[in-house]
Design a protein around this ligand. Structure first.
Ligand code: FES
Length: 478
Protein backbone atom coordinates (compact mmCIF):
# COMPACT_ATOMS: atom_id res chain seq x y z
CA UNK A 1 0.00 0.00 0.00
CA UNK A 2 1.18 3.51 -0.77
CA UNK A 3 1.19 5.98 2.12
CA UNK A 4 0.67 9.59 1.07
CA UNK A 5 2.03 12.21 3.39
CA UNK A 6 -0.51 14.90 4.22
CA UNK A 7 -3.61 12.67 3.84
CA UNK A 8 -3.91 11.63 7.48
CA UNK A 9 -1.64 9.44 9.56
CA UNK A 10 -0.35 6.10 8.29
CA UNK A 11 -2.59 4.33 10.81
CA UNK A 12 -5.70 6.18 9.57
CA UNK A 13 -4.89 5.47 5.95
CA UNK A 14 -4.48 1.75 6.61
CA UNK A 15 -7.71 1.58 8.61
CA UNK A 16 -9.55 3.38 5.84
CA UNK A 17 -8.16 1.17 3.13
CA UNK A 18 -8.74 -2.10 4.97
CA UNK A 19 -12.32 -1.20 5.98
CA UNK A 20 -13.70 -3.52 8.66
CA UNK A 21 -11.13 -6.23 8.07
CA UNK A 22 -8.94 -4.93 10.86
CA UNK A 23 -11.87 -4.72 13.28
CA UNK A 24 -11.24 -8.19 14.63
CA UNK A 25 -7.61 -7.53 15.43
CA UNK A 26 -8.34 -6.26 18.92
CA UNK A 27 -6.42 -3.06 18.36
CA UNK A 28 -5.75 -0.72 21.26
CA UNK A 29 -6.76 2.30 19.21
CA UNK A 30 -3.29 3.57 18.45
CA UNK A 31 -1.99 3.68 22.01
CA UNK A 32 1.07 1.49 21.39
CA UNK A 33 -0.13 -1.18 23.82
CA UNK A 34 -1.36 -4.13 21.77
CA UNK A 35 1.44 -4.40 19.22
CA UNK A 36 -1.02 -5.68 16.63
CA UNK A 37 -0.91 -2.87 14.07
CA UNK A 38 2.29 -4.21 12.48
CA UNK A 39 3.49 -3.02 9.11
CA UNK A 40 6.59 -3.66 7.05
CA UNK A 41 8.08 -0.62 5.34
CA UNK A 42 9.23 -1.47 1.84
CA UNK A 43 10.64 2.05 1.46
CA UNK A 44 11.00 5.16 3.59
CA UNK A 45 11.01 3.45 7.01
CA UNK A 46 11.13 5.98 9.88
CA UNK A 47 13.49 5.45 12.81
CA UNK A 48 12.09 2.87 15.26
CA UNK A 49 10.50 4.22 18.44
CA UNK A 50 11.24 2.81 21.90
CA UNK A 51 7.88 0.99 21.71
CA UNK A 52 8.88 -0.58 18.36
CA UNK A 53 11.97 -1.92 20.10
CA UNK A 54 9.76 -3.70 22.64
CA UNK A 55 7.72 -5.49 19.99
CA UNK A 56 10.34 -6.28 17.32
CA UNK A 57 13.73 -7.96 17.31
CA UNK A 58 16.70 -5.97 15.94
CA UNK A 59 16.55 -8.11 12.79
CA UNK A 60 12.85 -7.28 12.27
CA UNK A 61 13.54 -3.58 12.81
CA UNK A 62 16.28 -3.73 10.17
CA UNK A 63 13.80 -5.41 7.79
CA UNK A 64 11.50 -2.41 8.25
CA UNK A 65 8.89 -3.67 10.75
CA UNK A 66 7.17 -0.93 12.78
CA UNK A 67 3.90 -0.28 14.61
CA UNK A 68 1.64 1.64 12.23
CA UNK A 69 -0.01 3.71 14.93
CA UNK A 70 3.28 5.20 16.11
CA UNK A 71 5.13 5.43 12.78
CA UNK A 72 5.67 8.95 11.44
CA UNK A 73 7.16 8.58 7.94
CA UNK A 74 8.99 11.66 6.64
CA UNK A 75 7.35 11.44 3.20
CA UNK A 76 5.40 9.15 0.86
CA UNK A 77 6.39 5.49 1.19
CA UNK A 78 5.37 1.86 0.52
CA UNK A 79 4.16 -0.32 3.37
CA UNK A 80 2.85 -3.83 3.70
CA UNK A 81 0.23 -4.16 6.51
CA UNK A 82 0.77 -7.32 8.62
CA UNK A 83 -1.83 -6.68 11.37
CA UNK A 84 -1.96 -9.46 13.96
CA UNK A 85 -5.30 -11.07 14.74
CA UNK A 86 -6.20 -11.53 18.40
CA UNK A 87 -7.93 -14.52 19.93
CA UNK A 88 -11.55 -14.78 18.79
CA UNK A 89 -13.77 -14.53 21.83
CA UNK A 90 -16.82 -16.75 21.64
CA UNK A 91 -19.85 -14.57 21.10
CA UNK A 92 -22.38 -15.52 23.72
CA UNK A 93 -25.94 -15.76 22.49
CA UNK A 94 -27.08 -18.15 25.21
CA UNK A 95 -30.00 -16.74 27.15
CA UNK A 96 -32.17 -19.76 27.90
CA UNK A 97 -30.27 -20.44 31.07
CA UNK A 98 -31.84 -17.53 32.83
CA UNK A 99 -35.30 -17.35 31.33
CA UNK A 100 -36.94 -19.81 33.66
CA UNK A 101 -34.13 -20.66 36.03
CA UNK A 102 -33.74 -17.25 37.51
CA UNK A 103 -37.03 -15.53 37.02
CA UNK A 104 -38.54 -15.53 40.56
CA UNK A 105 -32.00 14.00 21.55
CA UNK A 106 -33.02 11.87 18.61
CA UNK A 107 -36.23 11.97 16.59
CA UNK A 108 -39.07 10.48 18.56
CA UNK A 109 -41.15 7.98 16.67
CA UNK A 110 -44.19 7.86 18.91
CA UNK A 111 -46.66 7.05 16.19
CA UNK A 112 -44.46 4.32 14.77
CA UNK A 113 -43.76 2.82 18.13
CA UNK A 114 -46.52 0.29 17.99
CA UNK A 115 -45.50 -3.28 18.74
CA UNK A 116 -48.10 -5.95 18.16
CA UNK A 117 -50.59 -5.34 20.97
CA UNK A 118 -51.99 -8.84 20.66
CA UNK A 119 -48.60 -10.21 21.64
CA UNK A 120 -48.00 -11.76 18.24
CA UNK A 121 -45.44 -10.86 15.66
CA UNK A 122 -41.71 -10.71 16.07
CA UNK A 123 -39.15 -8.23 17.23
CA UNK A 124 -35.39 -7.88 17.12
CA UNK A 125 -33.43 -7.89 20.41
CA UNK A 126 -29.91 -6.47 20.31
CA UNK A 127 -27.05 -6.65 22.77
CA UNK A 128 -24.73 -3.87 21.65
CA UNK A 129 -21.48 -4.82 23.37
CA UNK A 130 -18.13 -3.04 23.32
CA UNK A 131 -16.55 -6.13 21.78
CA UNK A 132 -19.40 -8.04 20.18
CA UNK A 133 -22.91 -7.37 18.93
CA UNK A 134 -25.69 -9.98 19.03
CA UNK A 135 -29.00 -9.54 17.22
CA UNK A 136 -31.88 -11.98 17.54
CA UNK A 137 -35.25 -12.12 15.84
CA UNK A 138 -37.64 -13.28 18.53
CA UNK A 139 -41.14 -14.70 18.23
CA UNK A 140 -43.08 -12.55 20.67
CA UNK A 141 -45.50 -15.27 21.66
CA UNK A 142 -43.09 -18.15 22.25
CA UNK A 143 -39.91 -16.19 23.01
CA UNK A 144 -38.04 -18.45 20.60
CA UNK A 145 -35.12 -17.06 18.60
CA UNK A 146 -35.95 -17.34 14.89
CA UNK A 147 -32.63 -16.01 13.71
CA UNK A 148 -29.37 -15.02 15.43
CA UNK A 149 -26.78 -12.76 13.91
CA UNK A 150 -23.56 -12.01 15.82
CA UNK A 151 -20.52 -10.00 14.84
CA UNK A 152 -17.62 -8.07 16.31
CA UNK A 153 -18.36 -4.43 17.03
CA UNK A 154 -16.85 -2.66 13.98
CA UNK A 155 -15.82 0.28 16.20
CA UNK A 156 -13.13 -2.02 17.64
CA UNK A 157 -10.60 -0.76 15.15
CA UNK A 158 -10.72 2.57 17.03
CA UNK A 159 -10.07 1.06 20.43
CA UNK A 160 -10.68 -2.11 22.31
CA UNK A 161 -12.37 -0.55 25.33
CA UNK A 162 -14.86 2.16 26.18
CA UNK A 163 -12.25 4.76 27.14
CA UNK A 164 -10.35 4.36 23.86
CA UNK A 165 -13.63 4.84 21.92
CA UNK A 166 -14.49 7.92 23.95
CA UNK A 167 -11.02 9.32 23.18
CA UNK A 168 -11.48 8.52 19.48
CA UNK A 169 -14.84 10.34 19.52
CA UNK A 170 -13.29 13.34 21.27
CA UNK A 171 -10.54 13.42 18.65
CA UNK A 172 -13.16 14.01 15.97
CA UNK A 173 -14.21 10.47 15.04
CA UNK A 174 -17.63 10.48 16.70
CA UNK A 175 -19.51 10.52 13.38
CA UNK A 176 -17.29 7.81 11.96
CA UNK A 177 -17.87 5.60 15.02
CA UNK A 178 -21.61 6.19 14.73
CA UNK A 179 -21.59 5.30 11.06
CA UNK A 180 -19.60 2.13 11.69
CA UNK A 181 -22.08 0.77 14.20
CA UNK A 182 -25.19 1.93 12.32
CA UNK A 183 -23.87 0.22 9.17
CA UNK A 184 -23.09 -2.92 11.19
CA UNK A 185 -26.59 -3.02 12.70
CA UNK A 186 -28.28 -2.36 9.34
CA UNK A 187 -26.27 -5.15 7.77
CA UNK A 188 -27.36 -7.42 10.63
CA UNK A 189 -31.00 -6.40 10.04
CA UNK A 190 -30.72 -7.34 6.36
CA UNK A 191 -29.58 -10.79 7.40
CA UNK A 192 -32.37 -11.09 9.98
CA UNK A 193 -35.00 -10.02 7.43
CA UNK A 194 -34.39 -13.29 5.60
CA UNK A 195 -36.25 -14.98 8.46
CA UNK A 196 -38.89 -12.28 8.91
CA UNK A 197 -39.43 -8.56 9.45
CA UNK A 198 -39.38 -7.34 13.06
CA UNK A 199 -42.08 -4.91 14.19
CA UNK A 200 -39.61 -3.20 16.53
CA UNK A 201 -35.99 -3.31 17.66
CA UNK A 202 -35.02 -3.37 21.36
CA UNK A 203 -31.41 -2.48 22.12
CA UNK A 204 -29.34 -2.85 25.25
CA UNK A 205 -25.70 -1.94 25.86
CA UNK A 206 -23.43 0.13 28.05
CA UNK A 207 -23.79 3.90 28.30
CA UNK A 208 -20.87 4.68 25.99
CA UNK A 209 -22.14 2.34 23.26
CA UNK A 210 -25.58 3.95 23.52
CA UNK A 211 -24.12 7.47 23.30
CA UNK A 212 -21.92 6.61 20.31
CA UNK A 213 -24.81 4.97 18.46
CA UNK A 214 -27.24 7.81 19.08
CA UNK A 215 -24.80 10.66 18.65
CA UNK A 216 -25.02 11.95 22.23
CA UNK A 217 -21.87 13.80 23.36
CA UNK A 218 -19.44 11.51 25.16
CA UNK A 219 -16.98 14.07 26.55
CA UNK A 220 -18.48 13.90 30.06
CA UNK A 221 -18.45 10.08 30.17
CA UNK A 222 -14.69 9.77 30.46
CA UNK A 223 -13.93 12.36 33.14
CA UNK A 224 -15.14 13.32 36.60
CA UNK A 225 -17.89 13.77 37.63
CA UNK A 226 -18.82 11.25 34.88
CA UNK A 227 -22.27 12.57 34.00
CA UNK A 228 -23.89 11.00 30.94
CA UNK A 229 -25.72 13.22 28.46
CA UNK A 230 -28.67 10.83 28.56
CA UNK A 231 -29.94 7.91 30.67
CA UNK A 232 -33.64 7.39 29.84
CA UNK A 233 -35.33 5.43 27.06
CA UNK A 234 -34.18 6.51 23.57
CA UNK A 235 -36.53 6.08 20.64
CA UNK A 236 -35.36 6.37 17.07
CA UNK A 237 -35.47 4.70 13.66
CA UNK A 238 -32.96 2.05 12.72
CA UNK A 239 -32.96 0.64 9.20
CA UNK A 240 -36.49 2.05 8.84
CA UNK A 241 -37.79 0.20 11.92
CA UNK A 242 -38.90 1.80 15.20
CA UNK A 243 -36.21 1.15 17.76
CA UNK A 244 -35.87 1.70 21.49
CA UNK A 245 -32.66 1.74 23.53
CA UNK A 246 -33.30 0.66 27.12
CA UNK A 247 -32.44 3.12 29.94
CA UNK A 248 -29.24 3.19 31.99
CA UNK A 249 -28.41 4.42 35.48
CA UNK A 250 -25.10 6.27 35.17
CA UNK A 251 -21.99 6.67 33.04
CA UNK A 252 -20.69 3.32 34.29
CA UNK A 253 -23.94 1.46 34.79
CA UNK A 254 -25.73 1.33 31.50
CA UNK A 255 -28.74 -0.32 29.91
CA UNK A 256 -26.87 -3.63 29.82
CA UNK A 257 -26.93 -3.78 33.62
CA UNK A 258 -30.53 -2.53 33.92
CA UNK A 259 -31.48 -5.11 31.31
CA UNK A 260 -29.63 -7.84 33.25
CA UNK A 261 -31.33 -6.88 36.54
CA UNK A 262 -34.66 -7.02 34.69
CA UNK A 263 -33.89 -10.40 33.09
CA UNK A 264 -32.89 -11.88 36.43
CA UNK A 265 -35.92 -10.45 38.23
CA UNK A 266 -33.61 -9.01 40.92
CA UNK A 267 -35.87 -6.04 41.63
CA UNK A 268 -38.94 -8.26 42.00
CA UNK A 269 -37.77 -10.61 44.71
CA UNK A 270 -36.80 -10.55 48.37
CA UNK A 271 -33.78 -12.80 47.73
CA UNK A 272 -30.56 -10.82 48.05
CA UNK A 273 -28.43 -11.44 44.96
CA UNK A 274 -25.20 -10.27 43.38
CA UNK A 275 -24.95 -9.91 39.62
CA UNK A 276 -21.52 -9.69 37.98
CA UNK A 277 -21.09 -9.03 34.26
CA UNK A 278 -17.44 -9.36 33.34
CA UNK A 279 -16.45 -7.81 30.06
CA UNK A 280 -14.12 -4.95 29.28
CA UNK A 281 -15.85 -3.28 32.23
CA UNK A 282 -16.51 -5.39 35.28
CA UNK A 283 -20.05 -4.24 36.02
CA UNK A 284 -21.89 -5.45 39.07
CA UNK A 285 -25.09 -4.93 41.03
CA UNK A 286 -26.26 -6.22 44.41
CA UNK A 287 -29.61 -6.10 46.15
CA UNK A 288 -33.27 -7.05 45.95
CA UNK A 289 -36.64 -5.33 45.58
CA UNK A 290 -35.80 -2.93 48.42
CA UNK A 291 -32.85 -1.39 46.61
CA UNK A 292 -29.92 -2.13 44.33
CA UNK A 293 -26.35 -0.87 44.56
CA UNK A 294 -24.35 -0.88 41.30
CA UNK A 295 -20.76 -0.26 40.39
CA UNK A 296 -18.26 -0.84 37.63
CA UNK A 297 -14.54 -1.48 37.58
CA UNK A 298 -12.10 -1.00 34.75
CA UNK A 299 -11.16 -4.59 33.99
CA UNK A 300 -9.30 -3.63 30.83
CA UNK A 301 -9.23 -6.35 28.20
CA UNK A 302 -8.06 -9.14 30.51
CA UNK A 303 -11.51 -10.79 30.56
CA UNK A 304 -12.39 -10.28 26.90
CA UNK A 305 -9.22 -11.70 25.38
CA UNK A 306 -5.86 -10.40 26.41
CA UNK A 307 -4.54 -7.48 24.41
CA UNK A 308 -0.93 -8.49 24.27
CA UNK A 309 -1.27 -12.27 24.29
CA UNK A 310 -3.21 -14.74 22.19
CA UNK A 311 -5.06 -16.22 25.16
CA UNK A 312 -8.72 -15.74 26.08
CA UNK A 313 -9.57 -14.31 29.50
CA UNK A 314 -11.17 -17.47 30.89
CA UNK A 315 -8.15 -19.48 29.80
CA UNK A 316 -5.83 -16.91 31.41
CA UNK A 317 -7.62 -17.34 34.73
CA UNK A 318 -7.28 -21.13 34.60
CA UNK A 319 -3.68 -20.92 33.41
CA UNK A 320 -2.73 -18.49 36.16
CA UNK A 321 -4.15 -20.94 38.71
CA UNK A 322 -2.18 -23.84 37.20
CA UNK A 323 1.02 -21.77 37.02
CA UNK A 324 0.61 -20.74 40.65
CA UNK A 325 0.12 -24.32 41.78
CA UNK A 326 3.04 -25.57 39.68
CA UNK A 327 5.33 -22.88 41.12
CA UNK A 328 5.90 -21.20 37.71
CA UNK A 329 4.91 -17.89 39.34
CA UNK A 330 4.70 -16.75 42.93
CA UNK A 331 1.78 -15.18 44.79
CA UNK A 332 2.96 -11.69 43.85
CA UNK A 333 2.46 -12.67 40.20
CA UNK A 334 6.16 -12.75 39.40
CA UNK A 335 7.03 -15.34 36.76
CA UNK A 336 9.96 -17.51 37.76
CA UNK A 337 12.89 -18.26 35.46
CA UNK A 338 13.09 -19.41 32.70
CA UNK A 339 9.47 -18.28 32.09
CA UNK A 340 10.17 -14.67 33.11
CA UNK A 341 12.75 -14.34 30.32
CA UNK A 342 11.25 -16.64 27.70
CA UNK A 343 7.54 -16.47 28.43
CA UNK A 344 5.36 -19.40 29.55
CA UNK A 345 4.38 -21.59 26.57
CA UNK A 346 0.64 -22.34 26.62
CA UNK A 347 0.06 -26.07 26.18
CA UNK A 348 3.77 -26.41 25.42
CA UNK A 349 3.38 -24.32 22.22
CA UNK A 350 6.29 -21.93 21.87
CA UNK A 351 4.30 -19.63 19.54
CA UNK A 352 1.70 -18.85 22.24
CA UNK A 353 3.46 -17.35 25.24
CA UNK A 354 2.22 -15.78 28.45
CA UNK A 355 4.49 -12.95 29.44
CA UNK A 356 4.87 -11.00 32.64
CA UNK A 357 2.72 -8.17 31.22
CA UNK A 358 -0.19 -10.57 30.62
CA UNK A 359 -0.02 -11.67 34.25
CA UNK A 360 0.07 -8.04 35.39
CA UNK A 361 -3.03 -7.24 33.28
CA UNK A 362 -4.90 -10.18 34.78
CA UNK A 363 -3.74 -9.20 38.25
CA UNK A 364 -5.06 -5.64 37.92
CA UNK A 365 -8.38 -6.82 36.48
CA UNK A 366 -8.77 -9.47 39.17
CA UNK A 367 -7.95 -6.94 41.92
CA UNK A 368 -10.49 -4.47 40.51
CA UNK A 369 -13.28 -7.06 40.40
CA UNK A 370 -12.49 -8.57 43.77
CA UNK A 371 -12.38 -5.09 45.35
CA UNK A 372 -15.69 -4.16 43.71
CA UNK A 373 -17.40 -7.31 44.98
CA UNK A 374 -15.98 -6.92 48.50
CA UNK A 375 -16.97 -3.25 48.81
CA UNK A 376 -20.50 -3.91 47.52
CA UNK A 377 -20.88 -6.71 50.06
CA UNK A 378 -19.44 -4.52 52.85
CA UNK A 379 -21.69 -1.58 52.03
CA UNK A 380 -24.85 -3.68 51.96
CA UNK A 381 -23.84 -6.00 54.81
CA UNK A 382 -24.51 -8.72 52.30
CA UNK A 383 -21.82 -11.28 53.10
CA UNK A 384 -24.12 -13.66 54.95
CA UNK A 385 -27.53 -12.92 53.47
CA UNK A 386 -26.43 -13.34 49.86
CA UNK A 387 -28.57 -16.02 48.25
CA UNK A 388 -26.94 -16.25 44.84
CA UNK A 389 -24.19 -14.84 42.63
CA UNK A 390 -25.11 -14.54 38.95
CA UNK A 391 -22.13 -14.58 36.59
CA UNK A 392 -23.16 -13.02 33.28
CA UNK A 393 -21.45 -12.55 29.94
CA UNK A 394 -19.14 -14.82 27.98
CA UNK A 395 -16.48 -14.72 30.67
CA UNK A 396 -18.89 -15.73 33.43
CA UNK A 397 -20.33 -18.45 31.24
CA UNK A 398 -17.03 -20.19 30.63
CA UNK A 399 -15.31 -19.39 33.90
CA UNK A 400 -13.90 -22.21 35.99
CA UNK A 401 -15.26 -20.88 39.29
CA UNK A 402 -13.07 -23.14 41.42
CA UNK A 403 -9.91 -21.80 39.75
CA UNK A 404 -11.24 -18.23 39.90
CA UNK A 405 -11.59 -18.66 43.65
CA UNK A 406 -8.10 -20.16 43.95
CA UNK A 407 -6.45 -17.13 42.35
CA UNK A 408 -8.61 -14.74 44.38
CA UNK A 409 -10.83 -13.36 41.60
CA UNK A 410 -13.95 -14.41 43.50
CA UNK A 411 -14.02 -14.54 47.34
CA UNK A 412 -14.06 -18.20 48.48
CA UNK A 413 -17.21 -17.73 50.57
CA UNK A 414 -19.20 -17.15 47.34
CA UNK A 415 -17.99 -20.23 45.44
CA UNK A 416 -21.02 -22.46 46.04
CA UNK A 417 -23.47 -19.65 45.31
CA UNK A 418 -22.25 -18.88 41.75
CA UNK A 419 -24.50 -19.55 38.75
CA UNK A 420 -23.59 -18.77 35.10
CA UNK A 421 -26.52 -17.00 33.45
CA UNK A 422 -25.42 -16.24 29.89
CA UNK A 423 -26.07 -13.03 28.02
CA UNK A 424 -28.33 -11.12 30.43
CA UNK A 425 -28.17 -7.89 28.45
CA UNK A 426 -29.80 -9.69 25.51
CA UNK A 427 -32.17 -11.60 27.80
CA UNK A 428 -33.50 -8.33 29.26
CA UNK A 429 -34.12 -6.95 25.78
CA UNK A 430 -36.00 -10.16 24.93
CA UNK A 431 -38.11 -9.93 28.07
CA UNK A 432 -38.93 -6.29 27.32
CA UNK A 433 -39.86 -7.12 23.72
CA UNK A 434 -42.16 -9.90 24.87
CA UNK A 435 -44.11 -7.38 26.95
CA UNK A 436 -45.01 -5.63 23.70
CA UNK A 437 -48.70 -6.29 24.10
CA UNK A 438 -48.84 -4.01 27.14
CA UNK A 439 -49.40 -0.28 27.00
CA UNK A 440 -46.16 1.60 26.55
CA UNK A 441 -46.14 3.22 30.01
CA UNK A 442 -46.94 -0.07 31.67
CA UNK A 443 -44.19 -1.88 29.83
CA UNK A 444 -41.60 0.76 30.62
CA UNK A 445 -42.57 1.01 34.26
CA UNK A 446 -40.59 -2.06 35.34
CA UNK A 447 -37.32 -0.71 33.98
CA UNK A 448 -37.99 2.77 35.32
CA UNK A 449 -38.57 1.20 38.71
CA UNK A 450 -35.15 -0.53 38.52
CA UNK A 451 -33.50 2.81 37.69
CA UNK A 452 -35.37 4.45 40.57
CA UNK A 453 -34.33 1.98 43.26
CA UNK A 454 -30.72 1.70 42.01
CA UNK A 455 -27.79 3.71 43.24
CA UNK A 456 -24.36 3.92 41.65
CA UNK A 457 -21.22 3.63 43.73
CA UNK A 458 -17.95 5.19 42.58
CA UNK A 459 -15.45 2.66 43.89
CA UNK A 460 -12.46 4.97 43.76
CA UNK A 461 -14.18 7.35 46.21
CA UNK A 462 -14.82 4.66 48.82
CA UNK A 463 -12.70 4.67 51.98
CA UNK A 464 -10.46 1.64 51.98
CA UNK A 465 -10.58 1.24 48.21
CA UNK A 466 -6.82 1.49 47.69
CA UNK A 467 -5.95 -0.82 50.58
CA UNK A 468 -8.48 -3.39 49.35
CA UNK A 469 -7.17 -3.12 45.80
CA UNK A 470 -3.52 -3.56 46.82
CA UNK A 471 -4.38 -6.58 48.98
CA UNK A 472 -6.35 -8.12 46.12
CA UNK A 473 -3.38 -7.89 43.75
CA UNK A 474 -1.76 -11.00 45.17
CA UNK A 475 -2.76 -14.40 43.82
CA UNK A 476 -4.34 -16.84 46.23
CA UNK A 477 -7.69 -17.68 47.79
CA UNK A 478 -9.23 -15.13 50.11
S1 FES B 1 -0.10 -0.74 19.16
FE1 FES B 1 -0.89 0.21 17.42
S2 FES B 1 -3.03 -0.09 17.55
FE2 FES B 1 -2.21 -1.04 19.30
Amino acid sequence: MRYQKGKGSLFEQILKESGNETGSCGLCGGRGICGKCRVKFLSGAPLPSSVDRRFFTPAQLREGYRLACLARPAGDCEVEPCFVRGPEARILTEIQKITGAAMPGKPETESLYEPDRAGRGQFCAVDLGTTTVVMQLINRQTGNALHTCAFQNPQRMYGIDVLARISAAEEGRAELLQKLIVDGLEKGLKEIEQSGRPDEIILSGNTAMEHLLLGYPVDTLGKAPFVPAHTGFSRFLLGGYPAVFLPGISAFTGADIVSGIYALGMAETEAFTLFIDLGTNGEMAIGNRDGILCTATAAGSAFEGNVSSEVLGTDMTALACDMLQAGCMDESGLLQEPWFTNGYPVGGREEVLIRQQDIRNLQMAKAAVCTGVSLLLDQTEGWHRLARVYLAGGFGYELDVEKAVRIGLIPGILEKRCVAVGNTSLAGAVRFGREGQKERAQRENCLQHIVKISRSLNLAEQPGFEAHYMQSMTFGQR
